[in-house]
Ligand binder design. Structure first.
Ligand code: ATR
Length: 275
């Protein structure tokens, strides 16, 4: 039987993961299928069990099941444990193993695709939800000069800083305290800006000359955060499409033991974006 993989979520119809993994499988000569699985909001575990019974070997997990996937697994990698969330499940002899490739996806996209080094940089993470938690550990691993985190709900930023205190220094900042401060790399890990007519809650002027703006979200055009940065003179920026492709490549490596080349897939999904 051909090994089966899938992305599970709700909603999941919009997911680009099947296109990405089909391209990886073609390029690396792997015999596998990759599909979309729509799980009922109250039926994540049942959906995973049914997939396993039908020959499923691995899953990407998306909204809103990343915490449930972590809880369901019999084993979790250090980066999944650090994030408290799982975007990649792999079936092993003893059950499902959890990993989290979101953070390495951001770091690889920045370093390999955009030539941005985090080393010795002052980094600001906006947001303190699951997406923010997923990127803190890999960012600390790049040895930035400082990592600050600011969130609308201040206590959540403090919780994230405390959670990673053994891994490195993360400074929680109240949003109001951002005024007058500047950073080399600013990452938007919030969902602020997704709603129609949204405005962004942060003070202007966060970007140093030459700063890089990164939005973990992606869309058909520049996101609100990137337009906001651009209006302040920022010229170096990227949305989260590259992160999506890089995290997929790392999931593929976990499942199949081969890390695929991501550049052709970026061209496939956004032909005009990169020279
Ligand atoms: P995810 O898993 O995508 O991170 P989440 O855990 O619900 O989802 O987190 C969403 C993040 O976006 C949080 O940091 C949230 O701030 P709060 O912790 O204060 O809720 C942030 N967020 C969402 N809408 C926002 C808005 N309009 N302004 C500022 N921050 C917002």
């Amino acid at each position: 039987m051909t090994d089966r993989y899938a992305v599970v979520g709700n909603p999941v119809a919009h997911s680009k993961s099947p296109t990405i993994h089909a391209a990886f499988a073609r390029a690396t000569g792997q015999a596998m299928t990759y599909e979309r699985l729509l799980a009922p909001l109250d039926g994540f575990a049942d959906t995973v069990r049914a997939f396993e019974a039908a020959g499923g070997k691995g899953l990407n997990v998306t909204v809103p099941f990343k915490l449930q996937a972590f809880a369901l697994a019999v084993h979790a990698s250090p980066r999944a444990t650090a994030a408290g969330a799982c975007n990649t499940l792999k079936l092993e002899a003893d059950g499902w193993h959890a990993d989290n490739t979101d953070g390495i996806g951001v770091v690889r996209d920045l370093s390999r695709n955009h030539g941005v080094s985090l080393a010795d940089r002052d980094v600001l993470i906006l947001g303190a939800g699951g997406a923010a938690r997923g990127i803190v550990l890999p960012i600390l691993g790049e040895k930035p000069r400082s990592v600050s985190i600011a969130n609308r709900t201040e206590s959540r930023a403090e919780d994230v800083a405390a959670r990673f205190s053994r891994d490195g220094m993360v400074t929680p900042l109240p949003v109001a305290a951002l005024a007058g401060r500047t950073f080399d790399i600013v990452l938007n890990a919030t969902s602020a800006g997704l709603a129609a007519g949204a405005t962004l809650p942060w003070p202007r002027g966060l970007f140093r000359p030459g700063a890089f703006a990164y939005d973990l979200v992606y869309g058909d055009g520049p996101t609100l955060f990137l337009r906001w940065a651009g209006a302040q003179g920022v010229t170096r920026m990227a949305d989260g499409l590259g992160m999506l492709i890089e995290q997929a490549a790392e999931s593929f490596r976990i499942w199949r033991g081969v890390l695929p080349d991501t550049a052709p897939v970026f061209e496939l999904l956004r032909p005009t974006a990169r020279a």
